[in-house]
Design a protein around this ligand. Structure first.
Ligand SMILES: Nc1nc2c(ncn2[C@@H]2O[C@H](COP(=O)(O)OP(=O)(O)O)[C@@H](O)[C@H]2O)c(=O)[nH]1
Ligand SMILES: [Mg+2]
Ligand SMILES: [Zn+2]
Length: 292
């Protein structure tokens, strides 16, 4: 039977089956590399339990990774909604990492500046001008007052909500899916996972063509899975300069004749963004050295 993973709880997954049943599933052979949004084949064992046999091909996969492991975030999403807010302050470096992960995965990012009702939001909007300048869409929202401006962006998309905690992801979700909190409680009761189920990803249907996936807050977004070549092209403002460096294998760190560094000198590339790139590239190179 075919199904869609609508919740990922460590080694257990909720699968919404073609016949409408929702099965609480385990996997074969201790596999855990499935994500919310995966299209899977399941074998039902009884009315409400099953086993995931295999996973269909993925159109996209959003994941992060640190030195030790990869963490799948969501599969087959078309759009990443990156939520930031002026209070508590957000980290631009985390935003950069999330955007790079989305670019690498071929997922369209939408930046949402939430809590735009707060006076401090003018400063945040100022620091986000860099991103709109690069071509990223930015939407200002005050989720506690409503999310109607967001709805047209969700239509026909499978979106994933990403952001640091406290930015307002749950508030946005609850406006879009008024029974989300109740659904989450139901799931935690049936899986016996306790109250803290917000630490897991969950997919909700908005309409027949649109879904939204809520994820736990990310405080850091490791990109150890991106080699330096992938990393450089995930920084979209680098793209016009790629392939123009003196050395074909230029890592854009300190090489002479580097087109990226020259673009930075000419103030075409932001200093902080370049520093984030350099830090990620250095981490990646250190990792490679250790394993080779
Ligand atoms: N002023 C203001 N507060 C908001 C807004 N959206 C969310 N909040 C508040 O910000 C806090 C964190 O929101 P929450 O949705 O739990 O954030 P999450 O951790 O990203 O899920 C809560 O106290 C919300 O009431 C907004 O648009 N304006
Ligand atoms: Mg939350
Ligand atoms: Zn270079």
């Amino acid at each position: 039977m075919q199904g869609l993973i609508t919740a990922a709880y460590g080694r257990r997954f909720l699968v919404e089956c073609a016949d409408g049943r929702v099965l609480d599933c385990v996997t074969r052979g201790k596999r855990t590399d499935y994500a919310c949004g995966d299209q899977v084949t399941v074998t039902a064992q009884n009315e409400d339990q099953g086993v995931i046999d295999s996973c269909g091909p993925r159109q996209t996969l959003l994941y992060r990774s640190d030195r030790w492991k990869q963490k799948l975030i969501a599969a087959n999403v078309t759009q990443m909604i990156m939520v930031v807010a002026p209070v508590p302050s957000f980290d631009l470096d985390v935003l950069d990492c999330c955007l790079a992960a989305a670019e690498h995965a071929g997922i369209r990012p939408l930046i949402v500046l939430n809590k735009s009702d707060l006076p401090e939001s003018a400063t945040s909007a100022g620091s986000l001008a860099l991103y709109t300048g690069m071509g990223y869409p930015l939407l200002k929202l005050a989720a506690t007052q409503g999310v109607d401006e967001l709805r047209p962006h969700l239509s026909g998309q499978r979106s994933v909500l990403v952001g640091e905690s406290g930015m307002g992801k749950s508030t946005i979700l609850n406006q879009l899916v008024p029974n989300a909190a109740a659904l989450t409680r139901e799931v935690s009761a049936s899986l016996g996972t306790g109250k803290h189920t917000t630490s897991h990803a969950r997919l909700y249907h908005l309409d027949a063509r649109s879904d939204i996936i809520d994820t736990p807050g990310v405080q850091s977004f490791g990109l150890h899975h991106l080699g330096v070549t992938d990393l450089a092209s995930a920084f979209i403002e680098f793209r016009p300069y790629l392939g123009r460096c003196r050395f074909r294998d230029c890592r854009h760190l300190e090489e002479p004749g580097c087109a990226i560094l020259a673009a930075h000198e000419a103030e075409q590339i932001d200093t902080r963004r370049l520093a984030v790139y350099c830090r990620l590239a250095a981490e990646n190179l250190r990792q490679q050295k250790k394993f080779s």
